[in-house]
Design a protein around this ligand. Structure first.
Ligand code: ZN
Length: 294
């Protein structure tokens, strides 16, 4: 049984995917020690990235989602590979806001107004970039708007993260339903009818439903064929070489200053909890490399 399923209706008119991303959102919370509203915001973006990334065709392709808002979180980044394995980080991990008027974590308020950028690196010379203005900052609506505006694909997106009182993640998941070009008005009507009264994703997950059952519930009346079932995880692919490249961008002068201040400098990966230690000699070596433009 996969944590992420990708399906198509037997008439070939609607594509749908769903994920139980509880483990992914829980790992993100563990790494970034986020407050509840940031856990929800980052968890939703990671869930969306995994759903979107898993549709990529090439093994080396990646999908990056960037949310940049004027709210207290600042920005959110989530990167997915073609298997739906994801990593991400928030600009500000600790934001405390009162619940919104629906009694829910105020993700829209924490994100604010701004933009969503989707970058698909398909291994070509230039990555594909699409950007839209955020609709609500609640993430799911913004993802649906991105597909509608940038890719002209009518899309329904639902995302949810349920946070326990002790700030751990109780449940997280989502689904993405997309009309394929041949779908007509009757399919749209049928889907709208099906989606009426569908419970929140987290409620369905919390009630023990798996991603396939969630899709059957959301798309009642459609016959679904499973194309693929996978087990995406939170995964960072950092190594010392990547950290060195990031250090070079700081600049030679700053690196020399760091080296002069302390015998060892610890650098933490932005995406995971791995730490890399550099001696003053190593930093000086890197500063010489950036000074000589290597
Ligand atoms: Zn890392």
């Amino acid at each position: 049984m996969g944590k992420l399923v990708r399906c198509i209706t037997s008439d070939g008119l609607v594509a749908a995917s769903a994920i139980d991303s509880t483990d992914i959102a829980a790992r993100a919370e563990q790494i970034h020690k986020t407050s509840a509203v940031v856990t929800a915001a980052l968890g939703r973006l990671l869930t969306a990235a995994s759903l979107m990334g898993s549709a990529l065709k090439g093994a080396d392709q990646t999908m990056t989602l960037r949310v940049k808002g004027d709210g207290p979180i600042g920005h959110l980044i989530a990167v997915s590979d073609a298997q739906g394995n994801v990593r991400g980080y928030p600009g500000n991990p600790v934001v405390e806001l009162p619940l919104n008027s629906h009694g829910k974590l105020d993700v829209g308020g924490a994100v604010g107004k701004g933009t969503l950028t989707v970058c698909k690196d398909l291994g070509l010379k230039e990555p594909y970039n699409g950007m839209i203005e955020l609709v609500s900052g609640e993430i799911a609506e913004d993802i649906a708007a991105y597909y509608g505006i940038s890719e002209q694909i009518p899309t329904v997106c639902a995302l949810g993260v349920l946070v326990n009182p002790d700030l751990t993640v109780r449940a997280a998941g989502g689904y993405l339903i997309q009309l394929l070009p041949a779908a007509g008005e009757d399919t749209i009507d049928k889907l709208e009818q099906a989606l009426k009264g569908v419970p929140a994703v987290t409620q369905m997950l919390d009630g023990g439903m798996n991603p396939e059952q969630i899709l059957h519930r959301a798309m009642h009346g459609f016959e679904l064929e499973v194309l693929e079932a996978t087990q995406p995880v939170y995964r960072c692919n950092c190594d010392k070489q990547r950290v060195i490249r990031a250090l070079r961008s700081i600049g030679a002068t700053e690196l020399r200053q760091l080296a002069a201040q302390q015998p060892q400098t610890e650098v933490e990966c932005q995406f995971c909890d791995r730490k890399y230690v550099f001696s003053d000699q190593e930093l000086l070596q890197i500063s010489r490399e950036c000074a000589s433009g290597q």
